[in-house]
Every structure is written in structure tokens, then in C-alpha cells.
Design a protein around this ligand. Structure first.
Ligand code: PHE
Length: 453
């Protein structure tokens, strides 16, 4: 087996994992999912999903990764030799692959917005301009260039080896991202007319909670926390034996949730202030944010310029730390299991993802007529991965940890890594992983497939 590097510090472990978790899922996907699903009520269901399903599954992934010290497909072979559990690892790799294909499209959009910010193209424009600009841009061919460029950035980091790169860059980028988000929240909630947006986020309308909303919240929790496909499992294979897995998972979940909520408090007040419908879908962030910058700093063009630029650079970086973590899962698998060099493996992953990503990108324009179950290629990829494959992966991971690993004592050993084991925590986790998570996820999925209607 190849010698595995370790993350250098506790802070590095938390920030690198948070770097994977915090990404477009928080800043781009969370607001539009919340907007499509009724706002405050969605958020409460989301928080329940994070606490009852996401957090236990994250701890389970950490255990599997650190115990096996291998990529996710190998991990199950090592921990459960000669069983069919290996399919969970393989499903994870496939899921990661599909996510990378369409995630790259949105990540590419952030590069376009960086260019727009650099050339000061946002200055002096109104909401109508931003709406029209987004539609024209996303339905054209320019996103393909950005997709390729973004994939090459990811590729470049991957082939150079990511351990040092991920940890160091996360330590620099995450705190800056955090500060910027808070500043933006302050500006957004102070916009005239922002109150309606705040209300939308804090006044739950329970009549809006349908099974569809629960599925969306669960899918969003898995997506945002990078769960259900072995991503954090791969990172955990670089953790030291002393890392406290439960505490690390708690910190990562808190950071991830906090960033998502704060993003909501930027987007919705801003959207309501300029009269954009909260259910605008994937375009929401790309239309409202440039507007916020213009309105919030209207009197100070230099600030508007600097702020837009910084924000899109950071959005791209947040996306990059996430694409790296997904790419790593697939590359490690191709490299080790197909016995190819790491470089070759990365090249294959990048090329295939670009080719499929092109179809996802074009589904906003020339290929919009191609439909799967009524969805465009992009929407279908998003639906299939976030709402079906990640929860399914999460369900299998919790069964594996709760039933298979617990019986073999691995669960107990890994959880008490620093010599202490909180008994209540252990018991609660076992119950959540054995019963609550698998049953809840299974019921929600069955419902989605139409079994109860
Ligand atoms: N969690 C990342 C985000 O919020 C996306 C992601 C999903 C990363 C799955 C890794 C694995 O953007």
C-alpha cells in the first residue's frame, strides 16, 4: 500500500474537512433549495437532518477512513473482506464522478463572474441586466471554456499531490471566507426592503413541509456536508490516530451549517430587496449577488469593485477545495485499483469529467430539449446524485458502521481515539446509526419513489 501522509495539525484537519464541506453547496445550492421549498420550514427540517442523519454519518465515514487508511473503495475491502460491502465504496466513487461533472459547470460560472468583476462590468447595472446577462451567458458556449479551465485548476492541484496544498490553503482561505460572509450579511440585511427576506428565513410556514421538502432537506444536508460518497472517509485516512473523530465531525458540521445559514441571510434579504423571487433556482445567487454589491456600495464604486472581486475569487476557491476533495476520491480509486500512475489516473478523471460536464453545461442552452424524467441533463445529475445517490450511500454507510463495525469493536475503538469515551455519546451514536438514520433515509427514499402516495 502507498504510504499515506497525515494532516499536520488539529486545526488543519478541521479546516481541510470544512474546506471540502463548505463550497457551492452552501453558498449556491442551499439558498435556492431553501427558496424552492418554502424558506424557514425547510431550514428547520434541514437542521434536523444535519443533527440526526448528517453528523452520525460523518462520524461513521471518519471511522471507516481512519481505520482502513485507504481510499474509499479499498476501505470496505479492508474492513469487510470477502463481503459485498465493497459496492458501497464503488457507489461512492461513481457518485463523486457524477457530482464532479456538473459541479464543475457552476464552478466555471464563478470564473466568468471573476472576469466580470475584474473588468468592472457590474458597475451601474440594474437587476434586469443581471437577470438577462445570466440567462444569455449560461445558455451560450462561454461556460465551456470556464468549465475546462476550472477542471484544469483542479487537475493541477491533484497531480501535484494535495495533502500539503489542501491543508495550507484551507488554513488561509477558510477564515477569510468566513469574515467576508459576515460582512456581506451585515450589508445585505441593511438593504432597504430586506426585512421580508429575513422573515422568509425565520418564520416557518409549516403547511409548506411536504415529503418533497424533507427529501430536499436531507439531500442538501448530505451534499453540503460532503457525505454519502466516501469523501470525508478519504480525508480521514490522513488523520492522526489521536484525532478525536466525534469532536472533529461536530466542528465541521457546525462550520458548514453556519456558512449555509449565513449565505441564506445574504441571499434572501438581497433578493427581496431587489424584488427577485426566492425560487429562482440555480441562477439565484448569480443574479442577486452582483446586485447586492452595486446597491450596498453604490456610493463607493471602489468598494463595490473590490468586494465583488474578492467575493467571486473566494467563491471559486471554496468550490476548488470541494472539487479537489471529490477528484481525489476518484483519482485515488483509479490509481490504486486500476494500477495506473496517479498522473494518468488524474488525467483520465479530468478528461472524462470535462466531456460529460460539457453536456451538463450545454443543457442550459442548446441541449435544453434533452430531458430525463422531465429534467434537463444538469438538473437530472443534481437530482440523481444529491437526492438519491448520496442519501442511499449515507444509509448504507450508517448500516455498515452501526451493525458491521460495531459488532467488531471497531466503532468503539475509533470513537475513543484519545483514550476517553463518553458513554452517552457512544450509545446515542449507535442508536442513530443502527436505527434512526437507516430507517429515516429509507422511508424518505421510498416515499420519493412513490410508495406511499
Ligand atoms: N460539500 C460540497 C459543497 O457544499 C460538495 C461536495 C459534495 C464535496 C460531495 C464533496 C463530496 O459544495
Amino acid at each position: 500500500m502507498t504510504k499515506r501522509a497525515n494532516f499536520g495539525s488539529k486545526l488543519g484537519v478541521v479546516l481541510a474537512s470544512a474546506g471540502s464541506a463548505v463550497g457551492l453547496g452552501n453558498i449556491w445550492r442551499f439558498p435556492f433549495e431553501a427558496g424552492n421549498n418554502g424558506g424557514a420550514a425547510f431550514i428547520i427540517v434541514y437542521l434536523l437532518c444535519v443533527a440526526l442523519l448528517g453528523l452520525p454519518v460523518m462520524i461513521a465515514e471518519f471511522m471507516i477512513g481512519r481505520r482502513s487508511r485507504a481510499n474509499t473503495a479499498e476501505a470496505y475491502k479492508i474492513l469487510a473482506p470477502r463481503t459485498q460491502w465493497k459496492w458501497v465504496g464503488r457507489l461512492g466513487v461513481l457518485t463523486g464522478f457524477l457530482i464532479l461533472c456538473y459541479y464543475g459547470v457552476v464552478a466555471g460560472w464563478t470564473l466568468e463572474y471573476i472576469m466580470q468583476a475584474i473588468t468592472n462590468s457590474f458597475a451601474g447595472h440594474s437587476k434586469e441586466y443581471f437577470t438577462q446577462h445570466f440567462v444569455e451567458f449560461s445558455s451560450g458556449y462561454r461556460p465551456l471554456i470556464w468549465l475546462v479551465l476550472f477542471s484544469l485548476f483542479t487537475h493541477f492541484v491533484i497531480v501535484r499531490g494535495v495533502e500539503k496544498g489542501i491543508e495550507q490553503s484551507s488554513k488561509i482561505m477558510m477564515p477569510i471566507l468566513f469574515i467576508l460572509i459576515i460582512v456581506l450579511v451585515v450589508f445585505a440585511v441593511m438593504l432597504p426592503g430586506a426585512q421580508k427576506g429575513v422573515d422568509f428565513l425565520i418564520r416557518p410556514d409549516w403547511s409548506k413541509v411536504t415529503p418533497k421538502v424533507v427529501l430536499s432537506a436531507m439531500g442538501q444536508a448530505f451534499f453540503s456536508m460532503s457525505l454519502g460518497m466516501g469523501c470525508l472517509c478519504t480525508y480521514a485516512s490522513y488523520f492522526s490516530d489521536k484525532t478525536n473523530l466525534a469532536r472533529t465531525a461536530g466542528s465541521v458540521s457546525l462550520i458548514d451549517t453556519f456558512v449555509a445559514l449565513l449565505s441564506g441571510f445574504i441571499i434572501f434579504p438581497a433578493a427581496f430587496a431587489v424584488g427577485i423571487q426566492p425560487n429562482a433556482g440555480p441562477s439565484l445567487v448569480f443574479i442577486t449577488l452582483p446586485n447586492v454589491f452595486q446597491q450596498a456600495f453604490g456610493g463607493a464604486p471602489v468598494l463595490a469593485y473590490v468586494f465583488s472581486l474578492l467575493f467571486y475569487v473566494l467563491l471559486a476557491m471554496a468550490a476548488l477545495t470541494s472539487t479537489i476533495s471529490i477528484h481525489e476520491v476518484i483519482t485515488a480509486y483509479v490509481h490504486e485499483t486500476w494500477a495506473l500512475s496517479r498522473k494518468k489516473a488524474a488525467r483520465i478523471v479530468t478528461s472524462v469529467c470535462i466531456v460529460i460536464g460539457v453536456f451538463c453545461a450545454l443543457s442550459f442552452g442548446p441541449l435544453n430539449h434533452v430531458r430525463f424524467f422531465g429534467m434537463s441533463i444538469f438538473d437530472f445529475f443534481d437530482y440523481l446524485t444529491a437526492k438519491i445517490m448520496l442519501p442511499t450511500g449515507g444509509m448504507l454507510i450508517s448500516i455498515f458502521a452501526g451493525w458491521y463495525l460495531d459488532k467488531r469493536g471497531v466503532f468503539h475503538d475509533e470513537l475513543s481515539s484519545d483514550g476517553h469515551l463518553h458513554n452517552v455519546l457512544y450509545r446515542t451514536l449507535v442508536i442513530l446509526l443502527k436505527f434512526v438514520a437507516p430507517v429515516a433515509i429509507f422511508l424518505i427514499l421510498l416515499n420519493e419513489l412513490g410508495f406511499f402516495i
